[in-house]
Ligand binder design. Sequence first.
Ligand SMILES: Cc1cc2nc3c(=O)[nH]c(=O)nc-3n(C[C@H](O)[C@H](O)[C@H](O)COP(=O)(O)O)c2cc1C
Length: 368
Amino acid sequence: MYQELIRPILDQVGHSEEMHSFVRDSLLQNIQEIPGVLTALRHVIGIRERFTHPNLAVTFNGIDLENPTILAAGWDKNGTAVAAEHALGFGAIVVGGVLKNPQEGNPKPRQWASGPHSVNFIGLWSQGVDVVEQNLIRYQESNIPIIANIANNHDVTPQAAPQAFAEVAKRLSPYVRAFEICICPNRDETLPFMEYAVARDIGQAVKEQVGVKAVYLKTLPDMNTAQLLDFIKAVEDGGLQGFVASNTTKRTDIKNSYQFSKGRPGGYSGPDQRYRASVLSQIAFLRRESDRNITILGVGGIQTGFDAILAIGAGANAIEGNTGMRAQGLAYPDKLNRSLARIVGPGSRVSDYVGIDRTCYPNPPRPE
Ligand SMILES: Cc1cc2nc3c(=O)[nH]c(=O)nc-3n(C[C@H](O)[C@H](O)[C@H](O)COP(=O)(O)O)c2cc1C
């Protein structure tokens, strides 16, 4: 019903960011506090109970997840609706990007969607770490696996970035299982943050604050092989645990092939085959080229169980999704998990598939 009825209405109404905020803050955040209402909502969207299956359980860096389907960064930037998101079926929730200080991001409108596709040019909007910390305190007793995606305010220079990232990590460490370091694709000053020494120093500074907790570096899907090799070295030398691959793509050939996103600034996310191909080849490359037993969280265009198993086969230990919530509605994690459990089948586990297809993918593009 969502895809046939509600999503076309959302396409007509537009205001993608406002719709998203309404669902997260007015619907999920408010009802998660009222006993029984969340269960009622689940019934309305066709989820009788949270789906579990033994073949979906995954473990990486000491983190046990009931299933490998993680809500990706950007859906719940300030951690307002974590309990409700978990109840929908996600194995873990990424909160953020969290910044040290509140920041508005780019002027609106800055998020557009059509069908299963999305483009955003938010440029990091955050209420700041003080607010996020207060939000996360509420889930401390719940045992919900939370990962913090952290980034820097726009006025922070690459030299000052390690300290800025470290401060946010220190504040959130008591409430989360792991960290993602986000280098925002939607800002002019992104390039210096992608350099080996800057990424390594940010990683090292965060790691020093969070001890045994895992820290992952998030990649951009348009990175070439030289830039990816720099990131691999940064992860190894910085003592990090792996990668989140990948963020939104700025490729104009992809954005210009959809009416709604033609000429828009910002990054595309969703099931475009060219985008998914670049994410898969990047995951496989990272899995092939990293010499340690690193963790990879695969993200980009993963909206179905089949998309998920492809990413896992390429080398991902678990997968994340954001635009799938727009594409499939609130039943997204439930549908994905049920389908993935069927694909994996009895007698094997998701983790048996990690990286089995890593040699089947071509390398990402070389530097020009
Ligand atoms: C509206 C929106 C906001 C996002 N904000 C962040 C962010 O703050 N930090 C980050 O690392 N990624 C952010 N992302 C990227 C997603 O986490 C994910 O990498 C990307 O959307 C690809 O996954 P998908 O195709 O499942 O959406 C954002 C994506 C969207 C659509």
